[in-house]
Design a binder for this molecule. Structure first.
Ligand code: BTN
Length: 257
């Protein structure tokens, strides 16, 4: 047992996740993850799947270059690994949202819904977010899949529009348990990414009902596209029905550096 998030965490029994690093506080677990990938590429060494976790972040980064408020009470974690051959890279952010949604149900009895592409919501409030960054060298792509989960605290502690598992579940979930469940979900995925049925499982937790109206801003500053939710492609891209035709949106999924 080792001490992660103020409690015992057992790093044994994982099939793929090999290294676990914990910081009481760090600038950004994704920044550490990107550094590891850069180092592995520069030195041409293998990087075993690695978990970087922190109790708080001073420069947490969200999607579209927004800041991610990261006080104590959250779980901040980045999974760093080489994308397995059987995996579909665009599905990864959806997979990560799913790991969180399933982990919160198992660890905290907290039921959440997934908003495309990878927000984890309770009602209309955000409980967790995912930032996936990727870098390719030759045939290999490595990713830093960063996840921030608001666990302990009131709704206001994590910024406007946010909520926490404690508030939604009506009790104080265990941070190490939430962390453990997310790690085990990632480990199961890495064990058999081709069999993970990500799109099917994601849809079973989707907050978008078939035919529901959606307004999607595909790129920062562009006009919203309005249409009806028509499901996801096999890659996890959004299918939107607009006046008789269907469009597929893939933007905002995986960033790079
Ligand atoms: C979003 O904007 O919804 C994505 C938020 C992702 C935040 C997580 S917290 C752990 C990791 N480190 C970061 O700096 N960002 C991600």
């Amino acid at each position: 047992m080792i001490d992660f998030f103020g409690g015992p965490f057992d790093p044994k029994g994982f099939r793929r996740l090999a290294n676990f690093v914990f910081f009481p506080s760090v600038d950004s677990t994704n920044a550490v993850g990107r550094g590891l990938i850069d180092h592995a590429f520069a030195e041409e060494v293998e990087l075993a799947p690695t978990v970087i976790a922190a109790s708080s972040q001073s420069e947490g980064k969200g999607r579209r270059d927004r800041a991610w408020l990261s006080p104590e009470g959250g779980v901040y974690v980045t999974f760093v690994f080489r994308v397995p051959e059987e995996a579909r890279l665009p599905q990864l952010p959806l997979a990560a949202g799913l790991w969180v949604s399933e982990a919160l149900a198992a660890a905290a009895g907290c039921e959440t819904r997934l908003k495309w592409p990878n927000d984890v919501l309770s009602g209309d409030r955000k409980l967790a977010g995912v930032l996936t960054e990727a870098k390719t060298r030759g045939e290999e792509t490595h990713v830093a899949v960063g996840i921030g989960v608001n666990v302990l605290g009131g709704a206001g502690d994590f910024g406007p529009g946010a909520t926490s598992a404690e508030r939604e579940a009506g009790g104080a979930p265990s941070l190490p348990r939430v962390f453990d469940e997310i790690c085990r979900a990632c480990d199961r995925y890495l064990e058999a990414p081709g069999d993970a049925r990500i799109v099917e499982r994601w849809l079973s937790r989707s907050r978008h009902a078939p035919g529901a109206e959606m307004r999607v801003v595909a790129a920062e500053g562009s006009d919203a596209i309005v249409g009806e939710f028509a499901g996801l492609t096999d890659d996890g891209f959004l299918r939107l029905r607009t006046s008789g035709s269907e469009i597929v949106l893939a933007t905002g999924e995986v960033g790079s550096w």
